[in-house]
Design a protein around this ligand. Structure first.
Ligand code: PMP
Length: 306
């Protein structure tokens, strides 16, 4: 089903509009020059009703992304939080993925966005496991892309910005065409950085390692995992990781709002650990899914009931 041809409502610039009417002109500035910031958020069905996971943290990152690019956000965080809840309610969704986006409109053309208006839209739709339901247990086969992830003075990696994903698309296209499930990118110095849309962790001798935040997105799932691991007594180290360190890891997984916690079973045709989901990954997945589905009594503040 086309993303534009659906029933339901999309929030645009302060009001809900019928899904098929939520459109913008072909001379939209962001379409030409790539300057837009967005979020990926999930809502889950919990015993208390549908709840958006870490809503305030996602909205705060959206505001920071806009700030980095000096995009003047026309709505405050509280309005955007409420709007996201309204979108879930009005589309009668029990569990879904939400996509808030802020972009420059068609008010002017030319590289400088000065004079273009910032528009904000929020859509939500059901979206299952990003890398496939079976991948959550079986794991995926990934490959290091020949494309390097952003240099910190070329792209603003703290921002979740549309243009950053050109690099993600190059990497993902390259490795999926070669039969792999997803790409992992190296930073400009050759260390493991992140997937095309996921942060990455490895496990060695019971310790979790993840790249520091120099060149990768400050993932909210990454942060959730670091906090959960701490509570489970699992040590977490943020440091540079080499690709051979990952080849010889006991376990590895990707994480992200869309990907949740997806085990990695192979990197560059080397089997990682036992070749499927390992025990640390499973324990973290169980904790994570208990949490997002409201089956845990900790972190209740991370669930915003709609
Ligand atoms: N890195 C990239 C490049 C991403 O697109 C995402 C998904 N937003 C992540 C990491 C994970 O971030 P989060 O856990 O906040 O979804």
């Amino acid at each position: 089903m086309s993303m534009s041809d659906r029933d339901g409502f999309i929030w645009m610039d302060g009001k809900l509009v019928p899904w098929r009417e939520a459109s913008t002109h072909v001379l939209t500035h962001s379409l030409h020059y790539g300057m837009a910031v967005f979020e990926g958020v999930r809502a889950y069905k919990t015993v208390k009703g549908t709840a958006i996971f870490r809503l305030q943290d996602h909205t705060a990152r959206l505001m920071r992304s806009a700030h980095i690019f000096q995009m003047k956000m026309p709505f405050d965080a509280q309005t955007l939080d409420e709007a996201q809840k309204e979108v879930v309610r009005s589309n009668k969704l029990e569990s879904c993925y939400l996509r808030p986006i802020a972009f420059y409109g068609s008010e002017k053309m030319g590289v400088s966005p000065k004079g273009a208006q910032v528009h904000v839209a929020i859509a939500a739709w059901p979206w299952g496991a990003y890398l496939g339901e079976e991948a959550l247990e079986r794991g995926i086969r990934i490959k290091v892309s020949s494309y390097t992830r952003h240099h910190v003075n070329i792209a603003m990696v703290r921002a979740k910005a549309s243009a950053n994903y050109l690099n993600s698309i190059l990497a993902n296209n390259e490795v999926t065409a070669a039969g792999y499930d997803e790409a992992v990118l190296l930073d400009p110095e050759g260390y493991i950085c992140e997937g095309s849309g996921e942060n990455v962790f490895i496990v060695r001798k019971g310790v979790l390692y993840t790249p520091d935040l120099t060149s990768c997105l400050e993932g909210i799932t990454r942060d959730t995992i670091i906090q959960l691991a701490g509570e489970m007594g699992i040590k977490v180290v943020e440091k540079r990781i080499t690709r051979d360190e990952m080849y010889s890891a006991d376990e590895a997984f990707f994480c992200g709002t869309a990907a949740e916690i997806t085990p990695i079973r192979e990197l560059d045709d080397r089997v990682i650990g036992v070749g499927h989901r390992g025990p640390v990954t499973k324990a973290l997945q169980d904790k994570f899914f208990d949490l997002v589905n409201g089956r845990s009594d900790t972190h209740a503040d991370w669930l915003a009931l709609v």
